[in-house]
Design a protein around this ligand. Structure first.
Ligand code: ADP
Ligand code: ASP
Ligand code: MG
Length: 444
C-alpha cells in the first residue's frame, strides 16, 4: 500500500485534478489524501474570522465569491452533463451548510466546522471526477478514523484500528480517496491538524498502516537546501534522513507540516517529496539514512519567536533552578525550542506565546526576566558528528555581518540553531546560502 498526498496547488485547478487522476492511474493499492483547493482554507479562515467579529455582510460576500469560484471550477472539471450535475449537487449541499453558519453565532467550534469544508469539497469533487472517467474509487470519510486528543495530538492507535477496519470493508478495492487536515477531537467535534495538516494526515495514515511509502506531491521538486521564497538560487536535496527532515520541517521549511515526519520516522516508512507539475523529477527521498556523506544539508527559518531571558542570582553553583524554570513551561504546556545557558542566566525561545503572561508571572517569582519578540530561529541541518571539525567556522564566517542573539550547537548531531532579529532573516539566509553551498551552487 502507498499513500499519496496532493497539496492545494496540486488540486488547485480543474486541469490539475485531471493530472492527479493520471498520476494515480496504475494498479498499485493506494490511499490518496487531498488538501483543499488552493485559497479555499484561507477564504474559510477569513469567513470564520468575519463571522466571529459579527461582520456577517462581509462574510456573506466572501461566501458568494467562493461559491462563484466553485461554479467555474466544476464547469471545467466535468465534461459530461451527468458529471456536471453531480458536481453541482456537491457544491449546493456544501454551500447550503456554509451559508447556514452565516445566521448563527460563530465561536471556535463553528470556525473549525467551516475550515473542514475545504477538504470535504475537494475530495467529493475529485471522487466524482474519477466516477465520470470510469475509475472505481472509494471515498473514505477521514472523520471516521482521524482523531486528536485533548493536547491536540493525533491518536495513532485509534487511527490504526479504525482505518484498518474501514479498509477491510472493501477487500477488492485498490483506490481510496480521503480528506487531509480534518479530524475529530475528544468532544467528538470536527477539528483539524493545524495549517498544512494534510501532510500530517498522510504520514499518520502511512504509519498506521505501515505502508511501503508516503508520497507528498506538491508544487516544487523536493526539499531544497534553503527557503526558495527568500533565497534566489536554491537546489533540491535528493536524499536526507528522517532526523534532518524533521528538524527542517519543525524549523520552518514550509514544504512539510512541522511535525509530520514524526510518525513516518517512528515506524520507518520512507517519505518521498514529489512535484505534481514535473512528475518525472526525482524529488527528495526521506529515509532512515543520509547516505550522501555531506556535512551540511539545508537551512530553514522560523519566525514569530519570543526569547525569554531568565537570570537568577542564586543559579551560581546551585542545583534545582533549571528544573523549576522548566516546570513553569511544562505547567503551561508551552514547548521550548532553543536553550542557551551561562552560569547565572538562561535564555529560552518559544513560538507559542499564548500563555506568555502566565509564564512570566510564575518565572518572576524565582528570577528576573526579560523578553524580546519578533525573533527568528535559523536552523542549519546536516551531519555534525562530534568528531567533525570546521563546520562552526563556516557558519560563523558566513554570518560575519549578521548580529547573532543565541547559538545552540551540539544538542543533536543534526542541527545548529541560531537566533536573530527577524529584520535580519533574509540577509542571514542569503549569506548562509553563499557561504555554505558555494560548490553546489556553482553546479546549479
Ligand atoms: P502544498 O500546498 O502542496 O502543501 P506548500 O505551499 O505547503 O504546498 O509547500 C510547498 C512550498 O514550500 C513551496 O512552493 C516552497 O515555496 C515552500 N518551501 C519553503 N521552504 C522550502 C524548502 N526548503 N524546500 C522546498 N520548498 C520550500
Ligand atoms: N487545507 C489546509 C491548509 O491550507 C491543509 C493543507 O493544505 O495541508 O492549511
Ligand atoms: Mg503544505
Amino acid at each position: 500500500m502507498k499513500i499519496l498526498k496532493f497539496g492545494g496547488t496540486s488540486v488547485g485547478k480543474p486541469e490539475r485534478m485531471h493530472s492527479v487522476a493520471e498520476l494515480i492511474n496504475d494498479q498499485d493499492k493506494k490511499i490518496v489524501v487531498l488538501s483543499a483547493v488552493t485559497g479555499t482554507t484561507n477564504a474559510l479562515v477569513e469567513i470564520g474570522t468575519l463571522l466571529a467579529a459579527s461582520k456577517s455582510n462581509e462574510a456573506s460576500e466572501a461566501v458568494e465569491k467562493l461559491y462563484a469560484h466553485y461554479q467555474e471550477f466544476i464547469a471545467k472539471l466535468y465534461s459530461t452533463s451527468h458529471g456536471l450535475s453531480a458536481g453541482k449537487t456537491i457544491i449546493e449541499n456544501e454551500f447550503d451548510l456554509i451559508k447556514s453558519y452565516l445566521k448563527k453565532p460563530c465561536g471556535v467550534a463553528e470556525q473549525k466546522v467551516l475550515l473542514a469544508q475545504g477538504e470535504l469539497i475537494s475530495t467529493q469533487l475529485f471522487h466524482q471526477y474519477l466516477l465520470e472517467i470510469g475509475r472505481e474509487s472509494v471515498l473514505l470519510p477521514a472523520l471516521r478514523f482521524m482523531k486528536i486528543d485533548e493536547d491536540n495530538e493525533p491518536v495513532l492507535s485509534f487511527i490504526e484500528e479504525k482505518l484498518s477496519a474501514l479498509i477491510n470493508e472493501y477487500p477488492t478495492n485498490k483506490l481510496f480517496i480521503t480528506q487531509g487536515y480534518i479530524a475529530t477531537n475528544p468532544e467528538g467535534e470536527i477539528d483539524n491538524l493545524k495549517r498544512g495538516g494534510s501532510d500530517y494526515t498522510a504520514t499518520l495514515i502511512g504509519a498506521a498502516l505501515r505502508s511501503d511509502e508516503i508520497q507528498i506531491w506538491t508544487d516544487i521538486d523536493g526539499m531544497h537546501n534553503n527557503d526558495p521564497r527568500i533565497v534566489r538560487k536554491t537546489f533540491p536535496i535528493r536524499e536526507m534522513s528522517f532526523e534532518e527532515a524533521a528538524e527542517l520541517a519543525y524549523f520552518g521549511a514550509k514544504i512539510l507540516h512541522p511535525t509530520c515526519i514524526v510518525p513516518a520516522m517512528e515506524r520507518g516508512v520512507p517519505v518521498r517529496l514529489l512535484n505534481t507539475m514535473q512528475p518525472q523529477e526525482k524529488g527528495t527521498l526521506i529515509a532512515a539514512q543520509n547516505r550522501s556523506g555531506r556535512d551540511i544539508t539545508a537551512i530553514a527559518a522560523k519566525d514569530d519567536i519570543t526569547v525569554i531571558k531568565i537570570k537568577s542570582g542564586r543559579m551560581l553553583n546551585a542545583y534545582g533552578f533549571l528544573r523549576r524554570v522548566f516546570e513553569v513551561f511544562e505547567n503551561f504546556k508551552t514547548p521550548i525550542d532553543v536553550i542557551t545557558t551561562s552560569e547565572v542566566a538562561l535564555s529560552v525561545t518559544i513560538d507559542d506565546s499564548s500563555k506568555l503572561n502566565e509564564i512570566l508571572i510564575e518565572l518572576e517569582k524565582i528570577a528576573s526576566v526579560e523578553i524580546e519578540d519578533k525573533q527568528s530561529i535559523v536552523c542549519i541541518v546536516g551531519d555534525f558528528a562530534a568528531d567533525k571539525n570546521g563546520i562552526v567556522i563556516k557558519i560563523f564566517e558566513a554570518l560575519r555581518e549578521i548580529p547573532v542573539r543565541m547559538i545552540s550547537y551540539g544538542g543533536s548531531k543534526n542541527n545548529t540553531t541560531i537566533l536573530i532579529d527577524t529584520t535580519n532573516k533574509n540577509a542571514a539566509l542569503n549569506a548562509l546560502n553563499e557561504g555554505l553551498f558555494k560548490e553546489e551552487l556553482a553546479l546549479v
